[in-house]
Structure formats: structure tokens, C-alpha cells
Unconditional design. Structure first.
Length: 318
């Protein structure tokens, strides 16, 4: 009897990426001259961080863009090709300085068209206003006809329900060549919004108004309807220590060594010169998955013993 062939030796696993991003990177685009001019302070960035953090998610990047069609289009093109899940706030109204809807269509290379569900919701809103004012609803009146422009979206868009005043936002999902791959326009929708689709595994841009009272519940709806499978409470951890009497340049070799020896974490250093509680200090820490942080954290503390510095409180965030 011939001996059984010797199985081939197991192949070594490829090394993990140095800094793996969390599954489904989230981004934010804030549009409007009023933000860049200082007429209005942006409230979206901290709120988005809060909404994502409550679901175990984190914001990967943010961008501010003024009311320039060329710049908006370029920003949206970058976002569409990134594969990220992006929220875009502002510029979806129907006044001359609102360019976002048109720029989204241009970035995708598709036409604009009146979305039938959006048109129905906008007409409902106009009827509500007429009823509140004790006046008859006149659908053909010029201002009412103009309001329908707020429902003109890139072809293939899916609506985002607006619980504040029914005027919807919209979502677009690109495929190769930046073509829209959204749901069927004829799909049956639940009251006040479009039917959820299995889009959570691909990136797209979700467009909402600039008004926080409208934008924030709409963003929550998108997260809870389209991306609940990405929620990962407790899957991201930051652990840090307040360091007194050290310079960042002195600590850099230690930071590089931690990242080299523990490739699943990121090392961060946040210096401060006038902190109200700690004064001049450096907050030095690691962030990543809980298991990876648990391995890297003792190594960071041990490495700090080689420096002539004083350690303050330890901080944990998740």
C-alpha cells in the first residue's frame, strides 16, 4: 500500500493592514456659505459624532463646502467614488442658492426628475398649510408649483422621510461608472418615506436639509433603517493617559513602536497648553478594538516608564 501523500504546509496569513478602518466608514459634507462666512455656526459635526457614537460607529471624515456648484459637484464625486456612507446637509431647497440636487445629478451623470413620492408628500404639506391658514388649496398657484422643485431629485434616488414638515430628503447609491442604483421609483413606501432596501453593504450619499430640527431625525432614520447591521456598540475603544513634562517629539519613537508591534490599534497624541483642568500636558493613548487595545495599552504604559515624565489620570472612551 502506497503511503498517503503529505499535505502541503499551511500558508502564512497575510499581515493585517496597519490601520484597518471600521466596517463602513462614515463621512459628512456640510454645504452652505453661511457656515463658511460665520453667519451660522455648524451644529451638524458634533451631532453626527454623537449619533454615530451612540450606535458604536465613528465618523471617518468631514468636509465643508460653500455654495459653489463646481466645488459641490467635485466634493460629491469624491464621496460617491469613496464607497463610504456619507451624509450631506444643506442646499436641497428650491431657491437660487440651493445647488445640491443639481450637483448630485451632475456628479452621478444622470438627469433630474420629479420623484412621484416626493411630489405627493410636498402636496400633502401644501394642503396642510392651506388648512392651517383657513384657505383653499390651489395646486396650480405659482408658489405651490415652485415648491414641487424640492422633490426634483437625481433619477433613481430614494426618498428620506422628514417627520418635521414632510418635505423629504433623498439618497443616491452609485455603481460602477457613477450610475445610480437606487430602488425602483414604483416601490411601495411606508407612510412618510421610501421603502428600506438592502443598501447597507455599499456606500452612498444621504441628502438632508441644513436645518438641524429636520436633518437630525432624518439622519437617525437612515442609520436605523439602512445600517443597523453595522451597529457595533463596544467594538471601538480609546484608552489614554494624561502625560505631564514630556514633548511630542520625545514620545514619537514610542508611538511608532506601539503601532509597529500592535498594528490593529492607532496611537494618538493630543497636546494642550492651556487646559482648564490639567494645564500643559499631552493626552497619549491608543484606540481600536477592545482586544487590540487591551494588548497595546500595557505596552504603552511600560514604554512611558523610560521617560522623565509624570502620569496623570487614565481615560477610557467607547
Amino acid at each position: 500500500m502506497n503511503p498517503a501523500p503529505t499535505p502541503p504546509p499551511p500558508q502564512p496569513r497575510p499581515p493585517p493592514p496597519l490601520h484597518p478602518e471600521p466596517v463602513g466608514t462614515f463621512g459628512l459634507i456640510v454645504i452652505g456659505d453661511e457656515i463658511l462666512s460665520g453667519k451660522r455656526a455648524d451644529k451638524h459635526l458634533p451631532k453626527i459624532i454623537e449619533l454615530l457614537g451612540a450606535r458604536g460607529l465613528s465618523l471617518g471624515w468631514a468636509e465643508y463646502v460653500g455654495d459653489s456648484p463646481a466645488r459641490i459637484t467635485a466634493a460629491l464625486q469624491r464621496a460617491f467614488t469613496s464607497g463610504d456612507v456619507v451624509f450631506s446637509t444643506g442646499g436641497i431647497g428650491a431657491t437660487p442658492d440651493d445647488h445640491t440636487r443639481q450637483c448630485a445629478a451632475r456628479a452621478l451623470g444622470v438627469d433630474l426628475a420629479l420623484h412621484p413620492e416626493a411630489a405627493g408628500l410636498i402636496r400633502e404639506r401644501m394642503q396642510d398649510i392651506a388648512r392651517e391658514q383657513g384657505k383653499p388649496y390651489e395646486p396650480d398657484r405659482s408658489d405651490n408649483a415652485h415648491r414641487l422643485n424640492m422633490g426634483v431629485f437625481p433619477v433613481g434616488a430614494e426618498i428620506i422621510p422628514n417627520p418635521y414638515n414632510k418635505i423629504p430628503g433623498f439618497s443616491c447609491y452609485p455603481q460602477s461608472g457613477l450610475s445610480v442604483a437606487g430602488p425602483s421609483l414604483g416601490a411601495k413606501a411606508p407612510p412618510g418615506g421610501s421603502e428600506p432596501h438592502a443598501v447597507g453593504e455599499r456606500g452612498g450619499i444621504h441628502f438632508v436639509p441644513g436645518f438641524p430640527v429636520m436633518a437630525w431625525p432624518m439622519i437617525e432614520w437612515v442609520l436605523d433603517t439602512l445600517y443597523p447591521h453595522r451597529f457595533a456598540a463596544g467594538a471601538w475603544l480609546e484608552q489614554s493617559v494624561i502625560v505631564f513634562g514630556a514633548m511630542e517629539a520625545t514620545l514619537t519613537p514610542l508611538m511608532e513602536a506601539i503601532e509597529r508591534d500592535h498594528p490593529l490599534v492607532k496611537v494618538f497624541s493630543l497636546p494642550s497648553v492651556d487646559h482648564p483642568q490639567y494645564g500643559r500636558h499631552i493626552e497619549l493613548g491608543v484606540k481600536g478594538g477592545p482586544v487590540a487595545v487591551a494588548h497595546a495599552w500595557p505596552a504603552l504604559l511600560q514604554g512611558l516608564t523610560a521617560f522623565d515624565c509624570q502620569l496623570g489620570p487614565e481615560l477610557v472612551r467607547n
